[in-house]
Structure formats: C-alpha cells, structure tokens
Write a protein that binds this ligand. Structure first.
Ligand SMILES: *Cc1c(COP(=O)(O)O)cnc(C)c1O
Length: 417
C-alpha cells in the first residue's frame, strides 16, 4: 500500500492567503504602502503600528510598558504558546511566568493566573491560538486587580471577532494592547511582519517612541525580507510547496528533529527593524482578498469540524465558551486526541505525508530543552492542562488546497487510532 499523500501536491500546515503576481507591483503613492492604515480599517481601530514581526510588536509593547512601570518585571503567558513569546520577554530583560490552561481549552486558568499576579506583574497575555477566540475579560480582571496591563496575543487570529452584529469587534482590541503576526503562513503575510494595536492614545505614543528606538531602519534586513517575500509569492502556491516546505519537513522528521519539523527552531537573536514600503504595499493589496478568503475558510472549517468531531473520542478545539458571539478564524482545525499515544501514532502516519497535518507547537514551553535559558523550569506534575493539551493536540490544515478526498484520508487515519 502506498503511503498517504505521496506524489501529490504538498498541503501547507496552515491556511495562508496566497499572493498574486499583481500584489508585487511597486506602490504609486503613500496610501498604497500604508499597511497600518489598511489594517486599521480592516480591524476597525483608529491606528495600527506595523512592526517587522509579531515578536517585534510584542518587544515594542513590553519596552513601552517597562518604561512606564520599571518596578514591574514579570510577564504571564500560557504555558503552551509560541517560544518566540519567551524570547521576547527575555530580550526585554523581563521574567516569564507560566500559567496553566483550562482543561481541554485554550483559555488561561484564571484561578492559577490570580495566584501568579502580584505587584511586580507587568503584563498578562491571553492568546488566541490557531484563530480560536479565548476569554480576555477574566485575565484582564486578574491583571487590573494588581495594576498590570493585558496584551492579547492574536498572532494567529487576524480577522477573528467577538460580539454580535454591529457590536462585533476584532480580537486584540479589548485588552490594553493586541498584536497580530504577518509571518509566512499566518493568514495575511508580508513574509515577516507584525501589527500592534494600542487602545489608549498616550500608550500608543509610548509604543511609537519605543519602536523608533528599538526597531530602526536596516537596509540589509529589508532586502533579505523582500527577497524572501518574493520567494513566498512564487512558491506559496498549489504545487510549489513540496520543495520549500515538504522536503525540509521530511528531512527534519527523518532526523527525529520534531522542533525543526514544527518550525519551532527560532533563530536568535530575532531581528528588530522597520518594514519597508514595498512589502507593506504587497500586504495592502493582498488584504483586499482576505475577507473572502477567511469566509471561505470558515465555511470549510464548519463542515470539516463536524466530520472530525464525529470520530469517537476526538474533540475539535472551539472558541471559548466564556466569550459571547465569538467568531474565530480557521487557519487550522486543532484536534484533541484521547491519549498522547494515539496522537503520536496519528502523527507518525500523517506528519510528513503532505496532507497538511502538523503540530501547532511541539510541546509546552518548559519542555523545550533549547529554550531552558528563557523559560522557568516547571516540575513534572505542574501545568497539567497545558501539558496534556500539548501531548494530545494536532493541527489539520484548513488550506483550500486540502481537497475533500485528501481530508477523507486524514479522517480514515484518525479513526483508525
Ligand atoms: C507566531 C506567533 C508569535 C510571533 O509572531 P512572529 O510574527 O512569528 O514573530 C507570537 N505568538 C504566537 C501565539 C504565535 O503563533
């Protein structure tokens, strides 16, 4: 029997918006290259500050907050999140504190969070992982009780909204600060980029000042990112991903390097610089197609969620039950298997098969040996929910290039575990 997925087009691990060649045209006027203004309109806020990555946006935000409250030195994040968050906190000279999640959910465990928050807490970071809307109100109450700020990590959730009808607002707008990633494969992409939203006008000014200081122009980095964006436009298409994504993925899996396979092997130090006009103009043009792309993804996910959840024992992670009117985006469908052994068996069959099945992150933050210098250690029995989720979750791509018959193949493998 042939292995699933062989000799067909490689499906990307998330539903990134493909670029068109017309997106690559040089901007004619200032408005063509003002990605901040275009995103502010899309998100529904006054202003959006464009940074060179989501991590850079977080770095800028933390730098600004630190200046306002130098006695506050701790940042509380979910124990299962992107290791770049830990790198940003460390780069600012701050201490990371890990909060557990609610059982089989992505919401911060507010009981645990309340115990972690105190007079030295600078910020708390509810995280809308994989497009799922999590509760911000509860974490915000914990933060406010000790005078700390709340930062929504919406890196993977551009376009996610909460609230009904005309009252609907974007994620990232309810806390003091929110940020989105514009990295490759995270929805809208300028290869690497970030969008920072700041609610209060004075704090927004402080973030602008911090950005001018920590993220100066850098022609070398901008040239490199421009070349990478060109490569992304050329290869992020049906039939183009085998070479640039599939091959290195299978090489990493053969070496047993799961961290590299999941793309969790981040280069240090990450760059901090100003994104240039051309890349912003590419983002402005692509953004015009994002609403339709997200809506199609939503429809596809709604059908596929039902199929996945129909397999006994499987759960699909949904938007938080604590958020009324939550309407997340679906870059992936995050599936929880009953046991870690079943998850691992499913991954063995599917990761590397070209079907777009992967891991959001390989493990919870304290369990990466390579980030032990920036993450506090955690005893084995601690952070039980985040660790259980990390060991039982897998991500099924919601890319339009995963056709129905190949999705059925994934279902068959998952049902057989
Ligand atoms: C990707 C990601 C980040 C960092 O964004 P970059 O643009 O890649 O720097 C932060 N948080 C989460 C949850 C992410 O997935």
């Amino acid at each position: 029997m042939s292995r699933p997925g062989r000799h067909r087009f490689e499906v990307p691990p998330t539903a990134g918006l493909p670029l068109r060649l017309a997106d690559l045209a040089w901007p004619r006027g200032a408005a063509d290259a003002d990605l901040g203004a275009a995103l502010a309109q899309f998100i529904g806020v006054e202003a959006v500050q464009i940074e060179c990555s989501g991590t850079a946006a977080l770095t800028v935000a933390l730098t600004a907050l630190q200046r306002l409250a130098p006695e506050r030195t701790e940042v509380v994040v979910p124990a299962y999140t992107c290791p770049l968050v830990a790198l940003a906190v460390a780069r600012c000279g701050l201490q990371l504190r890990l909060c557990d999640l609610m059982p089989e959910a992505l919401d911060l465990d507010t009981g645990h969070l309340a115990r972690l928050c105190h007079a030295r807490t600078l910020a708390v970071m509810p995280t809308h992982l994989g497009g799922r809307v999590v509760d911000v109100t509860g974490p915000q109450a914990c933060a406010r009780a000790v005078g700390a700020w709340t930062i929504e990590d919406a890196a993977q959730a551009l376009g996610a909204r909460t609230g009904a009808g005309a009252a609907a607002v974007s994620v990232g707008t309810r806390a003091d600060i929110g940020f989105f990633s514009l990295a490759a494969g995270k929805g809208l992409s300028i290869f690497e980029g970030g969008a920072l939203l700041v609610r209060d006008a004075a704090l927004r000014e402080a973030c602008r000042a911090a950005s001018a200081k920590v993220a100066p122009r850098h022609i070398g980095w901008e040239l490199r990112r421009s070349a990478e964006l060109l490569g992304y436009a050329l290869f992020y298409r049906r039939g183009g991903l085998g070479l640039v994504y599939g091959r290195p993925l299978r090489q990493a899996l053969r070496r047993g390097d799961l961290v590299a396979a999941a793309g969790d092997d981040f280069a240090r130090p990450y760059p901090l610089h100003r994104p240039g006009r051309w890349r912003q103009a590419v983002g402005v043009k692509a953004l015009a197609r994002l609403p339709d792309f997200l809506a199609e993804g939503n429809t596809r996910a709604a059908q596929r969620r039902v199929r996945l959840a129909g397999i006994p024992g499987l759960q699909v992670l949904t938007d938080s039950v604590a958020v009324p009117g939550a309407d997340g985006t679906w870059p992936v469908l995050m599936v929880l298997m009953p046991t870690a052994a079943q998850r691992d068996a499913a991954l063995q069959a599917l990761w590397g098969a070209g079907l777009g099945v992967s891991l959001p992150f390989v493990q919870s933050l304290p369990d990466y040996p390579q980030y032990a210098d920036v993450v506090p250690s955690a005893a084995p029995q601690t952070l039980p929910n985040a660790r259980s989720l990390a060991s039982r979750v897998l991500a099924v791509s919601n890319s339009p290039w995963l056709e129905d018959e190949r999705f059925e193949e994934i279902l068959r493998v998952l049902a057989a575990r």
